[in-house]
Structures are given as structure tokens and as C-alpha cells.
Ligand binder design. Structure first.
Ligand SMILES: Cc1ncc(COP(=O)(O)O)c(C=O)c1O
Length: 389
């Protein structure tokens, strides 16, 4: 039996710098410069990150979830407000809205990109809408040209959820996180740039909002030590900032590896199955690969295909020693925790179809060519043995 192909190998993401990092930690433990809000080392990382994204401010926080929560709070989102977001994605994007007493308003996604459909965003706007959250799912930016035009027309702020897409660019060459009012990033270990634990960052070009976030993340503390608003404890630990500074240096190389891996999957999978079926009223390949418009950079945090009989394919891959993952088995509007919002099955058919069919294959930067060939060979066997229902 050949070796298991892991869904992700985190060790490979730090092996080039880990010895240097351990040396730097000795220094840190002498200096005891541990907490991000006052740490010079954390500030150095924030500056480097802001430069990379191309924004004026980058403010480290505890997690990607907090990045979204503090950004919404800084915009004044509160009880009775509505916030528009895609129906397909991770629950964090929705639960922060609920935490503030506001209402998540879901819209359907595009079948090709898994990202929110701009025309649906415009149709969902009401007088209570306070913000739009485009989620750059799986590493690919949303149609930000269209979404920003809608937001400007309706004078609405935009929080980009960049948790899965650090380093991605949109069709106009703009970095994700530099386009909207805020960018909210997660450094969860499996992300494009992952910490050694929980961490996140907020980006913005707005000086006043940056100052608000700076206070929010530190209990509302002002530079003279008084407390003028109710804030949070959401500071980036220096231990994480120093680790992330190394990851940021390596980020573009690691993204190129992800993109190369995705290209190899694309070319091999194109040869595996030539059959079609009708979905969304169109003739589509049975195994649907991620679609990437030529003019944007998909960073492939996840390489997600759509396949019929997905659960049995996943089981077959596991049987062949290949790990895969389902992001996400349930769309947000039918997730039990969000049922109270009153959305119904059938309301967002593309999101529901994605949840039924999506399967993410290993795509991490250190993955070998032969491993990708093994994954595709296993998919071919599955199809040729007619395991589909
Ligand atoms: C799209 C999306 N948004 C938000 C988050 C929340 O980030 P964190 O886990 O750092 O709180 C995640 C993390 O998985 C995510 O994938």
C-alpha cells in the first residue's frame, strides 16, 4: 500500500525557517515583548503585511472571526441592521453578524467560481442594509468590480472576507483586502499564510476606522490609557507575528506552488472524464474543475472540484490512501445554528448544489507531482469502475 497523501502537511510550510524562528524566540523570551498592541516586533509584521497588501493600515487581531467582528462593529452594525453575504461558505462570516444583533441576508453564488453573484447582491439591498461581505472563497477573488460598483451606488461599506485568499488579485490586478472598506484575514494554520495557532489581521486605507480598530482590539484603550468605548481583547501575540513574518516572506513562492499544483490537476483531470450532464440548465462536465478567469490570480487555498456521488468518491479516495475534505457539506441558510433566520431549502439552489457536490483535493505547496498523479489516477479508477450511482 502506498503512503497516505495528507490533505495538508503543515510541517512542510515552515521547515525552511523554523530553526531561525526558534533562535528569534530566545530573544523574544528575554525581551518579554509578548502582546501585540504594544509590541515592536508585532508592529514590524503589521507594517510588512500592509505593504504586501498595498494598504495604509494592517492591524493584528486574535483570529479571522475577530477581524470580521471588529470590522462590522467599527462600521456601527447593530441590532436591526442587515448584512449581505454569500449562502455558501464558512459559518464565521455569518455568526459575527448575529453576535452584533444584526441579520445575515444570504445571496446565491456563481456555479463556476463558488463566489457571490453580484446581481443577487443588488437585489438583496433594503433600507436596513448596512454592509456587504464578499467572501473570496477557496482563494479566488469575487467579482469585485461589479460588487464595488453596487456598493458605491448604494453608499454601502464592503468588508472583504480574505480568510482563504491572502495574496489573490482581482481582474483589475488589485490585491484582495485592498479593495473594500476593510479586508478581514485569518491566519488559521491551514490558510495561505497560517500561524502556529489562532491569529488574524484587518486591513484598511481609512485612518479613522484604523484608529477605531486599534482601540477596539485593546478594550477601547486610548493612547493616554483611558477607555472611551467598549472594546475587545483581540490582540495579535508577538509569538505569532514573528512566525507570520517568515511565512509572509515565503508567501509568493508558496502560492506559485499551489497554482502549479492546480494547473497539473486541471490538465490531468481534463483527460479523465469526457462525459457531460445538464445542470443549472446547461451542459456541464460531470467532474467540474474550478473555473479561473484569465485576468485574476486564484491562490488555491483549496482546489475544489464538483463531482456527482461525491461522498462515495471521497470514500474511494480514502480507501486508496488519499485524504480529501468537504468544504462545505451544508450551505449557511440551512445550517442548524442559522435556521432561526427563516431561510428555506431551495432558496439558493447553486449554494445547495455546491454543498452536495464539492470535494477539495490536496493542493498544499509541498505536494509532489507524483502525488497529484496518484489522486487523479484514483479518480479515474472510480469513474471507470462505474461507481457512480
Ligand atoms: C471564509 C472564512 N471566513 C472566516 C474564517 C474565520 O477565521 P478564523 O478561524 O481565523 O477565526 C474562516 C476560517 O476558517 C474562513 O474560512
Amino acid at each position: 500500500m502506498s503512503e497516505t497523501i495528507p490533505f495538508i502537511d503543515l510541517r512542510s510550510t515552515h521547515e525552511d525557517f523554523i530553526d531561525d524562528y526558534f533562535e528569534e524566540l530566545k530573544d523574544l523570551f528575554h525581551a518579554c515583548d509578548f502582546i501585540g498592541a504594544s509590541s515592536k516586533r508585532a508592529a514590524a509584521f503589521e507594517e510588512k503585511f500592509a505593504k504586501y497588501i498595498g494598504v495604509k493600515h494592517a492591524l493584528g487581531v486574535n483570529s479571522g472571526t475577530d477581524a470580521l467582528l471588529l470590522a462590522l462593529d467599527a462600521l456601527g452594525v447593530t441590532r436591526g441592521d442587515e448584512v449581505i453575504l454569500p449562502a455558501f461558505g464558512f459559518i464565521a462570516t455569518a455568526d459575527v453578524i448575529v453576535r452584533l444583533g444584526a441579520r445575515p441576508v444570504f445571496v446565491d453564488v456563481q456555479p463556476e467560481t463558488f463566489n457571490m453573484e453580484p446581481s443577487a447582491v443588488e437585489a438583496a439591498i433594503t433600507p436596513r442594509t448596512k454592509a456587504i461581505i464578499p467572501v473570496h472563497l477557496f482563494g479566488q477573488t469575487c467579482d469585485m468590480g461589479a460588487i464595488m460598483a453596487i456598493a458605491e451606488r448604494h453608499h454601502l461599506p464592503v468588508i472583504e472576507d480574505v480568510a482563504q485568499a491572502c495574496g489573490a488579485t482581482d481582474a483589475e490586478g488589485r490585491r484582495a483586502g485592498a479593495i473594500g472598506t476593510f479586508g478581514a484575514f485569518s491566519f488559521y494554520p491551514t490558510k495561505n499564510i497560517g500561524a502556529a495557532g489562532d491569529a488574524g489581521i484587518i486591513t484598511t486605507n481609512d485612518d479613522a476606522l484604523a484608529e477605531k480598530i486599534r482601540r477596539f482590539r485593546d478594550h477601547g484603550r486610548t493612547p493616554v490609557g483611558t477607555f472611551e468605548c467598549i472594546g475587545y481583547n483581540s490582540r495579535l501575540d508577538t509569538i505569532q507575528a514573528m512566525y507570520l513574518a517568515h511565512k509572509l516572506t515565503d508567501l509568493d513562492d508558496s502560492l506559485l506552488d499551489r497554482i502549479e499544483n492546480a494547473k497539473l490537476y486541471d490538465s490531468l483531470l481534463a483527460e479523465v472524464d469526457h462525459s457531460f450532464e445538464v445542470r443549472y440548465g446547461e451542459r456541464r462536465p460531470r467532474i467540474e474543475r474550478p473555473a479561473v478567469p484569465d485576468d485574476l490570480r486564484h491562490t488555491f487555498n483549496l482546489y475544489t472540484i464538483k463531482a456527482p456521488d461525491r461522498d462515495r468518491l471521497k470514500a474511494y479516495l480514502a480507501h486508496r490512501g488519499i485524504q480529501s475534505a468537504i468544504y462545505y457539506p451544508t450551505p449557511l441558510h440551512t445550517t442548524p445554528a442559522l435556521e432561526f433566520l427563516g431561510f428555506k431549502e431551495g432558496q439558493f439552489p447553486v449554494a445547495e448544489d455546491c454543498a452536495r457536490r464539492c470535494l477539495s483535493l490536496p493542493v498544499w505547496p509541498g505536494l509532489k507531482r507524483q502525488q497529484i498523479q496518484r489522486v487523479v489516477q484514483a479518480i479515474r479508477e472510480f469513474l471507470e469502475n462505474n461507481i457512480f450511482a
